[in-house]
Every structure is written in C-alpha cells, then in structure tokens.
Design a protein. Structure first.
Length: 79
C-alpha cells in the first residue's frame, strides 16, 4: 500500500544513506524499523520521585509573598 509521510529532512537523509550502505530499498529499511518498534515490548513507565525543597518556616518575616515587587526587592537585597 502506498502512503505519504512527513519525515524530518535530516532523518530521511540518514535513512537513505543507511539503506544505500545496506544495499536495500528505503521502503524495506522503514518496514524493518516499524517491525522492530512494534515487536519491542513497551517498558512500563516508572514513577520518578521529584525532589521537593522543604524551606522550613517559609517566607522571611515581613515579606509579602503576594507582591512581586516585594519579592524582587528581597532578592536584590541578598545579591
């Protein structure tokens, strides 16, 4: 069956070069790649634990966390 695909130019160039090195058609190379991908068992997704900083007591006393200007000013004071 014929079909049309949009393939990245660099990827297509690499695929054509690989097919030429192996002396097979581009169609055969793509079919083999699809077969391999479809045959491969899908690996279960594992949960990744994201580290969370526990800042302790929170904002410095007197700092308004709802004011962007206050936060910028406080950051400038530490620089």
């Amino acid at each position: 069956m014929k079909t049309t695909l949009d393939i990245n130019d660099a990827l297509l160039a690499d695929a054509k070069a690989q097919a030429a090195r192996q002396r097979i058609t581009l169609t055969r190379l793509i079919e083999e790649g699809l077969r391999l991908r479809l045959r491969a068992p899908s690996s279960p997704r594992r949960r990744v634990k994201i580290p969370v900083f526990d800042g302790g007591s929170g904002l410095a006393p007197g700092l308004d966390g709802l004011s962007n200007q206050a936060l910028r000013d406080a950051a400038d004071d530490d620089a």
